[in-house]
Design a protein. Structure first.
Length: 481
Protein backbone atom coordinates (compact mmCIF):
# COMPACT_ATOMS: atom_id res chain seq x y z
CA UNK A 1 0.00 0.00 0.00
CA UNK A 2 1.15 3.54 -0.70
CA UNK A 3 -0.25 5.42 2.38
CA UNK A 4 -0.05 8.96 0.89
CA UNK A 5 -1.08 10.76 4.08
CA UNK A 6 1.42 8.81 6.20
CA UNK A 7 4.24 9.61 3.79
CA UNK A 8 3.27 13.26 3.77
CA UNK A 9 3.30 13.37 7.58
CA UNK A 10 6.60 11.46 7.72
CA UNK A 11 8.27 13.92 5.37
CA UNK A 12 6.90 17.00 7.14
CA UNK A 13 7.45 15.84 10.71
CA UNK A 14 10.61 13.73 10.51
CA UNK A 15 12.56 14.02 7.25
CA UNK A 16 12.33 17.61 6.03
CA UNK A 17 14.42 20.31 7.64
CA UNK A 18 11.90 22.32 9.66
CA UNK A 19 10.93 25.83 8.57
CA UNK A 20 12.45 27.48 11.64
CA UNK A 21 15.92 26.14 10.82
CA UNK A 22 15.50 27.02 7.13
CA UNK A 23 14.64 30.63 8.00
CA UNK A 24 17.53 30.77 10.46
CA UNK A 25 19.84 29.44 7.73
CA UNK A 26 18.70 32.16 5.36
CA UNK A 27 19.39 34.78 8.03
CA UNK A 28 22.87 33.37 8.64
CA UNK A 29 23.60 33.32 4.90
CA UNK A 30 22.74 37.00 4.56
CA UNK A 31 24.96 37.84 7.52
CA UNK A 32 27.87 35.93 5.93
CA UNK A 33 27.38 37.76 2.63
CA UNK A 34 27.42 41.12 4.42
CA UNK A 35 30.55 40.15 6.33
CA UNK A 36 32.41 39.20 3.16
CA UNK A 37 31.29 42.36 1.37
CA UNK A 38 32.52 44.49 4.30
CA UNK A 39 35.85 42.67 4.59
CA UNK A 40 39.16 43.48 2.89
CA UNK A 41 39.11 40.24 0.89
CA UNK A 42 40.57 41.41 -2.39
CA UNK A 43 38.56 39.67 -5.19
CA UNK A 44 35.78 41.59 -6.92
CA UNK A 45 32.45 39.87 -6.12
CA UNK A 46 30.23 38.87 -9.04
CA UNK A 47 27.37 37.29 -7.12
CA UNK A 48 26.30 34.43 -4.90
CA UNK A 49 24.65 31.07 -5.42
CA UNK A 50 23.18 28.51 -3.07
CA UNK A 51 24.56 25.08 -3.84
CA UNK A 52 24.23 21.47 -2.70
CA UNK A 53 21.23 20.03 -0.88
CA UNK A 54 19.98 23.43 0.23
CA UNK A 55 19.83 24.76 -3.34
CA UNK A 56 18.44 21.49 -4.70
CA UNK A 57 15.73 21.40 -2.00
CA UNK A 58 16.82 17.92 -0.93
CA UNK A 59 18.21 18.94 2.45
CA UNK A 60 16.98 16.85 5.39
CA UNK A 61 16.82 17.18 9.13
CA UNK A 62 19.84 15.51 10.78
CA UNK A 63 18.67 12.18 12.16
CA UNK A 64 20.60 12.74 15.39
CA UNK A 65 19.27 16.30 15.78
CA UNK A 66 22.81 17.53 15.18
CA UNK A 67 24.32 19.83 12.59
CA UNK A 68 23.29 20.05 8.96
CA UNK A 69 25.41 21.38 6.08
CA UNK A 70 24.67 24.12 3.55
CA UNK A 71 26.82 25.27 0.63
CA UNK A 72 27.27 28.85 -0.59
CA UNK A 73 29.23 29.76 -3.72
CA UNK A 74 30.71 33.23 -4.06
CA UNK A 75 31.53 34.14 -7.67
CA UNK A 76 34.67 36.29 -7.95
CA UNK A 77 37.01 37.74 -10.56
CA UNK A 78 40.58 36.51 -10.79
CA UNK A 79 43.26 38.35 -8.82
CA UNK A 80 46.58 38.50 -10.66
CA UNK A 81 49.24 36.49 -8.91
CA UNK A 82 46.85 34.52 -6.72
CA UNK A 83 46.99 30.73 -6.77
CA UNK A 84 44.03 28.50 -5.98
CA UNK A 85 45.09 28.13 -2.36
CA UNK A 86 45.36 31.90 -1.91
CA UNK A 87 41.62 32.42 -2.43
CA UNK A 88 40.77 30.02 0.40
CA UNK A 89 43.53 31.24 2.72
CA UNK A 90 42.69 34.91 2.25
CA UNK A 91 38.96 34.32 2.72
CA UNK A 92 39.78 32.44 5.91
CA UNK A 93 41.95 35.37 7.07
CA UNK A 94 39.10 37.80 6.37
CA UNK A 95 36.67 35.77 8.48
CA UNK A 96 39.23 35.49 11.27
CA UNK A 97 39.51 39.27 11.29
CA UNK A 98 35.77 39.55 11.96
CA UNK A 99 34.96 39.36 15.71
CA UNK A 100 31.70 37.52 15.01
CA UNK A 101 33.29 34.71 12.99
CA UNK A 102 36.81 34.59 14.41
CA UNK A 103 36.24 31.41 16.43
CA UNK A 104 33.68 29.88 14.06
CA UNK A 105 35.73 29.19 10.92
CA UNK A 106 38.11 26.59 9.56
CA UNK A 107 39.56 25.75 6.15
CA UNK A 108 39.21 22.65 4.01
CA UNK A 109 40.21 21.72 0.47
CA UNK A 110 37.63 23.84 -1.40
CA UNK A 111 36.01 26.21 1.08
CA UNK A 112 35.93 28.04 4.36
CA UNK A 113 33.43 26.54 6.79
CA UNK A 114 31.46 28.62 9.29
CA UNK A 115 30.23 26.41 12.15
CA UNK A 116 27.26 27.22 14.35
CA UNK A 117 27.51 24.98 17.39
CA UNK A 118 24.94 22.15 17.47
CA UNK A 119 23.03 23.68 14.56
CA UNK A 120 24.67 23.95 11.15
CA UNK A 121 27.76 24.39 9.03
CA UNK A 122 27.91 26.72 6.05
CA UNK A 123 30.62 26.10 3.46
CA UNK A 124 31.65 29.23 1.55
CA UNK A 125 33.42 28.29 -1.69
CA UNK A 126 35.05 30.82 -4.07
CA UNK A 127 34.34 30.25 -7.77
CA UNK A 128 36.29 32.13 -10.41
CA UNK A 129 34.36 33.52 -13.37
CA UNK A 130 37.04 34.94 -15.66
CA UNK A 131 40.43 33.27 -15.18
CA UNK A 132 39.62 31.04 -18.17
CA UNK A 133 36.55 30.51 -20.32
CA UNK A 134 35.08 28.16 -17.68
CA UNK A 135 33.90 28.49 -14.10
CA UNK A 136 36.53 27.22 -11.65
CA UNK A 137 36.60 26.32 -7.97
CA UNK A 138 39.76 26.37 -5.88
CA UNK A 139 41.44 23.23 -4.57
CA UNK A 140 43.57 24.49 -1.69
CA UNK A 141 45.11 21.10 -0.95
CA UNK A 142 46.43 20.59 -4.49
CA UNK A 143 46.73 24.35 -5.11
CA UNK A 144 44.90 23.89 -8.40
CA UNK A 145 41.91 25.42 -10.14
CA UNK A 146 39.18 22.92 -11.11
CA UNK A 147 36.46 23.38 -13.69
CA UNK A 148 32.88 23.25 -12.42
CA UNK A 149 29.30 23.71 -13.64
CA UNK A 150 27.16 24.40 -10.54
CA UNK A 151 24.49 26.39 -12.37
CA UNK A 152 23.84 23.81 -15.07
CA UNK A 153 23.93 20.95 -12.57
CA UNK A 154 21.29 22.63 -10.42
CA UNK A 155 19.16 23.30 -13.49
CA UNK A 156 19.47 19.62 -14.43
CA UNK A 157 18.08 18.58 -11.05
CA UNK A 158 15.24 21.09 -11.36
CA UNK A 159 14.45 19.55 -14.75
CA UNK A 160 14.44 16.03 -13.30
CA UNK A 161 12.08 17.16 -10.56
CA UNK A 162 9.79 18.62 -13.20
CA UNK A 163 9.75 15.36 -15.16
CA UNK A 164 8.75 13.41 -12.04
CA UNK A 165 5.91 15.79 -11.14
CA UNK A 166 4.51 16.65 -7.71
CA UNK A 167 8.01 17.40 -6.39
CA UNK A 168 8.55 13.62 -6.44
CA UNK A 169 12.26 13.60 -7.25
CA UNK A 170 13.06 15.88 -4.32
CA UNK A 171 10.89 13.85 -1.96
CA UNK A 172 12.46 10.57 -3.06
CA UNK A 173 15.95 12.01 -2.67
CA UNK A 174 15.17 13.18 0.86
CA UNK A 175 13.76 9.77 1.75
CA UNK A 176 16.80 7.91 0.42
CA UNK A 177 19.13 10.30 2.27
CA UNK A 178 17.14 9.64 5.42
CA UNK A 179 17.41 5.92 4.78
CA UNK A 180 21.17 6.29 4.39
CA UNK A 181 21.54 8.30 7.59
CA UNK A 182 19.12 6.43 9.86
CA UNK A 183 20.39 2.98 8.88
CA UNK A 184 24.05 3.91 8.51
CA UNK A 185 24.56 0.82 6.37
CA UNK A 186 26.14 2.37 3.26
CA UNK A 187 28.49 5.19 2.32
CA UNK A 188 27.45 7.58 -0.44
CA UNK A 189 27.99 11.35 -0.59
CA UNK A 190 24.93 13.50 -1.12
CA UNK A 191 26.04 14.76 -4.54
CA UNK A 192 26.75 11.20 -5.71
CA UNK A 193 23.47 9.87 -4.35
CA UNK A 194 21.45 12.76 -5.81
CA UNK A 195 23.09 12.32 -9.20
CA UNK A 196 22.47 8.57 -9.27
CA UNK A 197 18.80 9.16 -8.49
CA UNK A 198 18.59 11.94 -11.07
CA UNK A 199 19.85 9.64 -13.81
CA UNK A 200 16.89 7.34 -13.07
CA UNK A 201 14.36 9.92 -14.32
CA UNK A 202 13.81 11.02 -17.92
CA UNK A 203 11.52 13.26 -19.94
CA UNK A 204 9.39 10.21 -20.77
CA UNK A 205 8.27 10.09 -17.12
CA UNK A 206 6.15 13.22 -17.38
CA UNK A 207 2.60 12.34 -16.31
CA UNK A 208 3.54 8.69 -15.72
CA UNK A 209 1.61 6.58 -13.21
CA UNK A 210 5.04 5.45 -11.97
CA UNK A 211 5.20 8.81 -10.16
CA UNK A 212 1.59 9.00 -8.97
CA UNK A 213 2.53 9.61 -5.32
CA UNK A 214 5.53 9.54 -3.00
CA UNK A 215 5.56 5.81 -2.25
CA UNK A 216 5.06 4.90 -5.92
CA UNK A 217 7.84 7.29 -6.94
CA UNK A 218 10.19 5.79 -4.35
CA UNK A 219 9.41 2.28 -5.56
CA UNK A 220 10.00 3.34 -9.17
CA UNK A 221 13.30 5.13 -8.63
CA UNK A 222 14.82 2.56 -6.23
CA UNK A 223 13.75 -0.22 -8.56
CA UNK A 224 15.43 1.44 -11.52
CA UNK A 225 18.55 2.20 -9.49
CA UNK A 226 18.79 -1.40 -8.31
CA UNK A 227 18.38 -2.68 -11.86
CA UNK A 228 21.15 -0.37 -13.04
CA UNK A 229 23.52 -1.25 -10.20
CA UNK A 230 23.03 -4.98 -10.80
CA UNK A 231 24.48 -4.46 -14.29
CA UNK A 232 27.77 -3.30 -12.79
CA UNK A 233 29.73 -5.75 -10.63
CA UNK A 234 32.45 -3.12 -10.22
CA UNK A 235 32.21 0.60 -9.58
CA UNK A 236 30.91 2.56 -12.60
CA UNK A 237 31.64 6.16 -13.47
CA UNK A 238 28.97 8.59 -12.30
CA UNK A 239 29.69 11.71 -14.33
CA UNK A 240 28.51 15.23 -13.73
CA UNK A 241 25.93 15.50 -16.55
CA UNK A 242 27.45 18.79 -17.69
CA UNK A 243 31.10 18.09 -16.95
CA UNK A 244 31.95 14.58 -18.06
CA UNK A 245 35.49 14.84 -16.70
CA UNK A 246 34.09 15.07 -13.16
CA UNK A 247 33.34 11.62 -11.72
CA UNK A 248 31.27 11.91 -8.54
CA UNK A 249 32.09 8.25 -7.76
CA UNK A 250 35.86 8.84 -7.82
CA UNK A 251 36.23 8.75 -4.04
CA UNK A 252 34.18 5.55 -3.67
CA UNK A 253 36.22 2.42 -2.97
CA UNK A 254 35.23 -0.83 -4.64
CA UNK A 255 34.25 -2.17 -1.23
CA UNK A 256 32.00 0.81 -0.56
CA UNK A 257 30.40 0.45 -3.98
CA UNK A 258 29.74 -3.27 -3.51
CA UNK A 259 28.16 -2.61 -0.13
CA UNK A 260 26.01 0.19 -1.58
CA UNK A 261 24.90 -2.09 -4.41
CA UNK A 262 23.94 -4.85 -1.96
CA UNK A 263 22.07 -2.53 0.42
CA UNK A 264 20.08 -0.84 -2.35
CA UNK A 265 19.06 -4.32 -3.55
CA UNK A 266 17.85 -5.23 -0.05
CA UNK A 267 15.98 -1.94 0.44
CA UNK A 268 14.40 -2.33 -3.00
CA UNK A 269 13.04 -5.73 -1.92
CA UNK A 270 11.70 -4.29 1.34
CA UNK A 271 10.06 -1.35 -0.45
CA UNK A 272 8.45 -3.62 -3.04
CA UNK A 273 7.18 -5.85 -0.24
CA UNK A 274 5.71 -2.94 1.75
CA UNK A 275 4.15 -1.39 -1.34
CA UNK A 276 2.62 -4.66 -2.53
CA UNK A 277 1.21 -5.64 0.87
CA UNK A 278 -2.57 -5.16 0.82
CA UNK A 279 -3.19 -5.55 4.55
CA UNK A 280 -2.96 -2.04 6.00
CA UNK A 281 -1.37 -2.97 9.33
CA UNK A 282 1.17 -5.30 7.77
CA UNK A 283 2.01 -2.76 5.09
CA UNK A 284 2.68 -0.07 7.71
CA UNK A 285 4.84 -2.53 9.65
CA UNK A 286 6.82 -3.29 6.50
CA UNK A 287 7.33 0.40 5.73
CA UNK A 288 8.58 0.76 9.31
CA UNK A 289 11.11 -1.97 8.51
CA UNK A 290 12.38 0.36 5.76
CA UNK A 291 12.34 3.66 7.68
CA UNK A 292 12.34 2.45 11.30
CA UNK A 293 9.87 3.45 14.00
CA UNK A 294 9.47 7.13 13.12
CA UNK A 295 7.32 6.20 10.11
CA UNK A 296 3.62 6.28 11.12
CA UNK A 297 4.76 6.61 14.72
CA UNK A 298 1.69 8.45 15.99
CA UNK A 299 -0.77 6.31 14.03
CA UNK A 300 0.79 3.06 15.23
CA UNK A 301 0.81 4.11 18.87
CA UNK A 302 -2.76 5.42 18.78
CA UNK A 303 -4.09 2.28 17.11
CA UNK A 304 -2.38 0.13 19.73
CA UNK A 305 -3.77 2.22 22.57
CA UNK A 306 -7.34 2.37 21.26
CA UNK A 307 -7.81 -1.35 20.53
CA UNK A 308 -10.54 -1.82 23.15
CA UNK A 309 -12.49 1.31 22.26
CA UNK A 310 -12.42 0.59 18.55
CA UNK A 311 -13.47 -3.07 18.82
CA UNK A 312 -16.12 -2.48 21.46
CA UNK A 313 -17.63 0.30 19.34
CA UNK A 314 -17.61 -2.06 16.35
CA UNK A 315 -19.27 -5.11 17.87
CA UNK A 316 -21.89 -3.00 19.65
CA UNK A 317 -23.31 -2.37 16.20
CA UNK A 318 -22.88 -5.93 14.89
CA UNK A 319 -23.95 -8.03 17.92
CA UNK A 320 -27.54 -7.44 19.00
CA UNK A 321 -26.85 -8.73 22.51
CA UNK A 322 -23.93 -6.30 22.88
CA UNK A 323 -25.73 -3.09 22.00
CA UNK A 324 -25.80 -1.93 25.64
CA UNK A 325 -22.38 -3.32 26.61
CA UNK A 326 -20.23 -0.87 28.62
CA UNK A 327 -17.08 -2.81 29.49
CA UNK A 328 -13.69 -3.09 27.76
CA UNK A 329 -12.32 -5.81 25.47
CA UNK A 330 -11.37 -8.16 28.29
CA UNK A 331 -14.89 -7.94 29.71
CA UNK A 332 -16.33 -8.47 26.23
CA UNK A 333 -14.35 -11.66 25.59
CA UNK A 334 -15.32 -13.07 28.99
CA UNK A 335 -18.98 -12.36 28.21
CA UNK A 336 -19.30 -12.97 24.46
CA UNK A 337 -16.29 -15.12 23.65
CA UNK A 338 -13.52 -14.90 21.06
CA UNK A 339 -15.99 -14.04 18.27
CA UNK A 340 -15.63 -10.35 19.17
CA UNK A 341 -12.04 -10.45 17.87
CA UNK A 342 -11.66 -10.01 14.10
CA UNK A 343 -9.06 -12.03 12.18
CA UNK A 344 -7.13 -8.80 11.67
CA UNK A 345 -6.60 -8.48 15.44
CA UNK A 346 -3.34 -10.43 15.13
CA UNK A 347 -1.85 -7.75 12.87
CA UNK A 348 -0.74 -4.43 14.31
CA UNK A 349 0.99 -1.58 12.45
CA UNK A 350 3.66 -1.25 15.14
CA UNK A 351 4.75 -4.88 14.81
CA UNK A 352 8.30 -5.17 13.54
CA UNK A 353 8.42 -6.85 10.13
CA UNK A 354 10.85 -9.80 9.95
CA UNK A 355 14.28 -8.97 8.53
CA UNK A 356 14.98 -12.59 7.71
CA UNK A 357 14.06 -13.96 4.32
CA UNK A 358 11.74 -16.94 3.93
CA UNK A 359 13.28 -20.28 3.02
CA UNK A 360 10.15 -21.17 1.07
CA UNK A 361 9.33 -23.84 3.60
CA UNK A 362 6.24 -23.73 5.77
CA UNK A 363 7.06 -25.92 8.75
CA UNK A 364 4.21 -26.09 11.27
CA UNK A 365 5.12 -24.36 14.54
CA UNK A 366 3.02 -25.06 17.63
CA UNK A 367 3.06 -22.77 20.65
CA UNK A 368 2.85 -24.05 24.21
CA UNK A 369 2.46 -21.81 27.25
CA UNK A 370 2.83 -22.76 30.92
CA UNK A 371 1.89 -20.58 33.89
CA UNK A 372 4.50 -20.10 36.64
CA UNK A 373 4.54 -18.17 39.88
CA UNK A 374 7.94 -16.68 39.11
CA UNK A 375 10.48 -16.44 36.31
CA UNK A 376 12.49 -19.64 35.98
CA UNK A 377 10.10 -21.25 38.45
CA UNK A 378 10.67 -25.00 38.45
CA UNK A 379 7.05 -25.90 39.19
CA UNK A 380 4.44 -24.82 36.70
CA UNK A 381 0.95 -23.93 37.90
CA UNK A 382 -0.73 -25.30 34.76
CA UNK A 383 -0.75 -25.19 30.99
CA UNK A 384 -2.50 -22.15 29.55
CA UNK A 385 -4.79 -21.86 26.52
CA UNK A 386 -5.17 -18.79 24.28
CA UNK A 387 -7.54 -16.14 25.70
CA UNK A 388 -7.71 -17.88 29.08
CA UNK A 389 -8.26 -15.13 31.69
CA UNK A 390 -5.01 -14.64 33.63
CA UNK A 391 -4.13 -12.59 36.67
CA UNK A 392 -1.19 -10.17 36.63
CA UNK A 393 1.86 -11.02 38.70
CA UNK A 394 2.49 -14.45 37.19
CA UNK A 395 4.86 -15.55 34.43
CA UNK A 396 4.28 -17.45 31.20
CA UNK A 397 6.90 -19.80 29.78
CA UNK A 398 6.54 -20.20 26.00
CA UNK A 399 7.93 -23.04 23.94
CA UNK A 400 7.80 -23.56 20.17
CA UNK A 401 7.60 -27.18 19.03
CA UNK A 402 6.91 -29.14 15.85
CA UNK A 403 3.51 -30.62 15.04
CA UNK A 404 4.72 -33.86 16.64
CA UNK A 405 5.70 -32.09 19.85
CA UNK A 406 9.47 -32.12 19.29
CA UNK A 407 11.52 -29.02 20.16
CA UNK A 408 13.60 -27.19 17.58
CA UNK A 409 17.24 -28.08 18.22
CA UNK A 410 19.07 -24.88 19.35
CA UNK A 411 22.23 -26.05 17.57
CA UNK A 412 20.42 -25.91 14.21
CA UNK A 413 17.61 -23.40 14.80
CA UNK A 414 16.97 -20.18 16.66
CA UNK A 415 13.48 -19.12 17.67
CA UNK A 416 12.89 -15.37 17.63
CA UNK A 417 9.85 -14.18 19.58
CA UNK A 418 7.65 -11.26 18.54
CA UNK A 419 5.78 -9.96 21.58
CA UNK A 420 3.08 -7.35 20.96
CA UNK A 421 1.01 -5.68 23.67
CA UNK A 422 -2.22 -3.77 23.09
CA UNK A 423 -4.63 -1.39 24.81
CA UNK A 424 -4.43 1.56 27.16
CA UNK A 425 -2.65 -0.02 30.14
CA UNK A 426 0.36 -1.12 28.09
CA UNK A 427 0.35 2.11 26.04
CA UNK A 428 0.29 4.27 29.16
CA UNK A 429 3.41 2.44 30.37
CA UNK A 430 5.07 2.83 26.94
CA UNK A 431 5.04 -0.96 26.57
CA UNK A 432 3.19 -1.69 23.33
CA UNK A 433 6.40 -3.38 22.12
CA UNK A 434 5.95 -5.35 18.87
CA UNK A 435 9.63 -6.07 18.27
CA UNK A 436 11.60 -9.30 18.17
CA UNK A 437 12.99 -10.76 21.38
CA UNK A 438 15.82 -13.25 21.80
CA UNK A 439 15.13 -16.70 23.28
CA UNK A 440 16.58 -18.52 26.24
CA UNK A 441 19.36 -21.02 25.53
CA UNK A 442 16.73 -23.71 24.81
CA UNK A 443 14.82 -21.38 22.43
CA UNK A 444 12.00 -20.78 24.94
CA UNK A 445 10.77 -17.39 26.15
CA UNK A 446 9.63 -16.04 29.56
CA UNK A 447 7.09 -13.20 29.77
CA UNK A 448 5.61 -11.52 32.83
CA UNK A 449 1.87 -10.83 33.11
CA UNK A 450 1.44 -7.11 33.77
CA UNK A 451 -0.96 -5.10 31.62
CA UNK A 452 -4.70 -5.54 31.28
CA UNK A 453 -5.63 -6.40 27.72
CA UNK A 454 -5.17 -8.98 24.98
CA UNK A 455 -1.58 -9.42 23.87
CA UNK A 456 0.13 -11.44 21.15
CA UNK A 457 3.13 -13.78 21.20
CA UNK A 458 4.53 -15.32 17.99
CA UNK A 459 7.46 -17.67 17.37
CA UNK A 460 9.59 -17.43 14.21
CA UNK A 461 11.85 -20.44 13.61
CA UNK A 462 15.04 -19.58 11.74
CA UNK A 463 17.53 -22.06 10.35
CA UNK A 464 20.98 -20.97 11.49
CA UNK A 465 22.81 -22.29 8.45
CA UNK A 466 21.26 -19.83 6.01
CA UNK A 467 19.49 -17.43 8.43
CA UNK A 468 16.11 -17.98 6.79
CA UNK A 469 12.65 -18.49 8.30
CA UNK A 470 11.34 -22.05 7.95
CA UNK A 471 8.11 -21.57 9.92
CA UNK A 472 6.03 -19.28 12.11
CA UNK A 473 3.46 -20.02 14.78
CA UNK A 474 -0.01 -18.50 14.82
CA UNK A 475 -0.28 -15.66 17.31
CA UNK A 476 -0.92 -16.88 20.84
CA UNK A 477 -3.47 -14.50 22.41
CA UNK A 478 -2.72 -13.78 26.05
CA UNK A 479 -5.56 -12.14 28.02
CA UNK A 480 -4.68 -10.41 31.29
CA UNK A 481 -7.47 -9.26 33.59
Amino acid sequence: MNHPSLFNDFLNETVNLNDTRVKDLETSIEAIKNAVRASDWQPHLNGWMAHGSWAHQTIIKPVDNGEFDADLIVFVEHVDGWSAATYIDELYRAFRANPTYKEMVNRSSHCVTVSYANDKKIDVAPCLTNRTNALEVCNRTADQFEQTEPKQYTEWLVQKNGYSGKNSFRKVTRLVKYLRDIKGRFTCSSVLLTTLLGYMISEADQGSADFADTATSLKTVLGRLDDELQKHATKPTVANPFLKSEDFAATWTEEQYTNFRDKIHTYREWIDDAYGEQDRSESIAKWRRVFDDEFAKGVAAEEGKSVSKALVASFRTTLAEASQFTGDLVDAIKRFGARVLPVSFDKKPYMEAPKWKSSGQNVAVVMRADLHGSKYGTQKVRAVQPLEPLQPGYWLHFKAVTSTGLPFDPSDYKVMWRVTNTDEDAANHNQLRGGFEKPESDNSRWESLQYRGVHLVEAFVIKKRDDKIIGKSPAFRVMIE
